[in-house]
Ligand binder design. Structure first.
Ligand SMILES: CC(C)(COP(=O)(O)OP(=O)(O)OC[C@H]1O[C@@H](n2cnc3c(N)ncnc32)[C@H](O)[C@@H]1OP(=O)(O)O)[C@@H](O)C(=O)NCCC(=O)NCCS
Length: 177
């Protein structure tokens, strides 16, 4: 069972009890505006997301982590790896992404979890490269990407949802913790 501890967080696979707290995070329009179609997701859709992430863990050996606060055990959100399906330029590549509940923003949790995810990618999964795709203008994600040392790789248009996205990549063969 994959479980990673950082100074303040636990990154782990999904449990049944995570559905309600994650669906509360997914119900917040501010959290979801830069993800997928930009709309909040229902409890049922959140259950589908968790199921898909768990399938990816089983099939690929990586996936989105449930992120909980060390100590309280509160679910902070989801950070981790997935195989990108869009935009075309990123499709098929391993992508890092994040979403945290609004009350947890601005405390460095996304950066802490993302750093641990990259370390997992290189040390545990021996991946050579990870990409990221974020909506242009998503300043918080851009700052996290910058802190991770991810390099800009241009822009594209999301083929389904139409908005502009910025693409990033990191060569993990050169990765320095
Ligand atoms: C993106 C997100 C995960 C960042 O989480 P976080 O824990 O607040 O991020 P961190 O605290 O690790 O770092 C964010 C950095 O950006 C800064 N920042 C946060 N919000 C910002 C904003 N709206 N504008 C500019 N900078 C911002 C923070 O100050 C921090 O920089 P610092 O460490 O130099 O102070 C969180 O905002 C979120 O869940 N957003 C909604 C989901 C989302 O958009 N996901 C990305 C889809 S591609």
């Amino acid at each position: 069972m994959t479980e990673i501890r950082t100074p303040r967080l636990v990154l782990r696979r999904w449990l049944d009890d995570d559905l309600v707290p994650l669906s509360e995070i997914h119900a917040d329009p501010a959290v979801m505006q830069s993800i997928g179609d930009g709309r909040p997701r229902s409890l049922e859709q959140t259950a589908e997301d968790i199921e898909a992430w768990e399938e990816e863990w089983d099939e690929e050996g990586f996936g989105m982590f449930a992120v909980e606060l060390l100590g309280s055990g509160e679910v902070v959100g989801a950070v981790g790896l997935s195989v990108a399906d869009a935009p075309t330029e990123a499709a098929g590549q391993v992508m890092i992404s994040w979403r945290l509940g609004r009350v947890f923003w601005g405390q460095g949790y996304a950066s802490e979890a993302a750093q641990a995810t990259l370390e997992f990618a290189v040390q545990d999964r021996h991946l050579d490269r990870v990409v990221a795709v974020c909506r242009t203008g998503d300043r918080a994600s851009m700052n996290v990407l910058d802190k991770l040392g991810m390099q800009s790789e241009g822009t594209a248009q999301h083929p389904v949802h139409g908005y502009d996205v910025a693409m990033f990549g990191i060569d993990l063969t050169q990765y320095q913790e």
